[in-house]
Design a protein around this ligand. Structure first.
Ligand SMILES: *Cc1c(COP(=O)(O)O)cnc(C)c1O
Length: 252
């Protein structure tokens, strides 16, 4: 039996309701951690959500959208170019795709190689613009995850002032996918400790104020451990039709 597609009005109400629930949980996690909720940014993750539904999300208040695949992000940014959306690329990037994101993205959260940094800087300089960038860290040690091992981050970021179009904002990670919350929390604690170390040893001009960590299943934990950006998809838009292993090769 085919499920009927909900009306646009129903979709708008659903998304607004989900956003309100998430903001409530963010506020509660902040209270537990003694933090001000205005220090946490909710980045809606829109991968696999069709452009027409994103128009409704925009009307519900989503003016930033996180995508993990360049091609999909590019197509949506073109289809929705009449809206004032800030596109954030949150997935691993191959060097040959860098030229595309230099055109439409406002932020790139998955930097983990100097080759990509150099190419992105070159493309941005040519376009006369800058971009906010996060360094992706593999906080779980799983081979399937992208990102730098924590112990390599310090040397890596020392090279970044060479690329003046990249505005380095902080660190990004995906925690381990595990039902054991203590193991998930360990990943977030590792990130907070790394951020602390970087703050003490960084060259002038670099700051690491932002920590992008936490998704639908673990954003409250991430906030308790210091997340300033939470990337939330399914809790806003509903379950994706295929398991995560489809979208993240090697996962699941
Ligand atoms: C899909 C994705 C998310 C959001 O995951 P949800 O389970 O939908 O909240 C966060 N970060 C990255 C890098 C993603 O690819």
């Amino acid at each position: 039996m085919e499920l009927e597609t909900p009306s646009a009005e129903q979709q708008l109400n659903d998304i607004k309701h989900n956003l309100a629930m998430i903001n409530q949980k963010i506020a509660e996690a902040c209270t537990r951690a003694g933090r001000d909720p205005s220090t946490v940014r909710l980045l809606p993750v829109t991968k696999t959500v069709p452009a027409e539904r994103l128009r409704i999300a925009y009307a519900a208040g989503c003016h930033e959208m996180g995508e993990n695949k360049v091609q999909e992000a590019r197509e949506k940014s073109e289809a929705l170019s009449d809206l004032d959306i800030k596109w954030c690329v949150i997935g691993h990037l191959q060097t040959n795709k860098v030229k595309y994101i230099a055109r439409f993205a406002h932020e790139f959260q998955a930097l983990d190689s100097l080759k990509v940094a150099a190419e992105l800087d070159k493309r941005l300089q040519a376009a006369g613009r800058g971009m906010d960038v996060y360094v992706q860290v593999n906080s779980s040690g799983e081979a399937s995850k992208f990102g730098l091992p924590p112990e390599e981050v310090e040397n890596f970021v020392k090279q970044l002032p060479n690329y003046s179009a990249l505005q380095i904002k902080g660190l990004m990670t995906l925690a381990i996918f595990s039902p054991h919350l203590d193991r998930v929390r360990e990943c977030f604690v590792r990130m907070r400790n790394l951020q602390e170390r970087l703050r003490q040893s960084m060259p002038a001009g670099l700051s690491f104020d932002e920590l992008s960590m936490g998704m639908s299943g673990d954003f409250e934990l991430a906030i308790e451990e210091g997340a300033t950006v939470v990337r939330v998809g399914q809790a806003i838009f509903g379950k994706r039709p295929l398991p995560d292993s489809h979208y993240w090769p090697g996962f699941g």
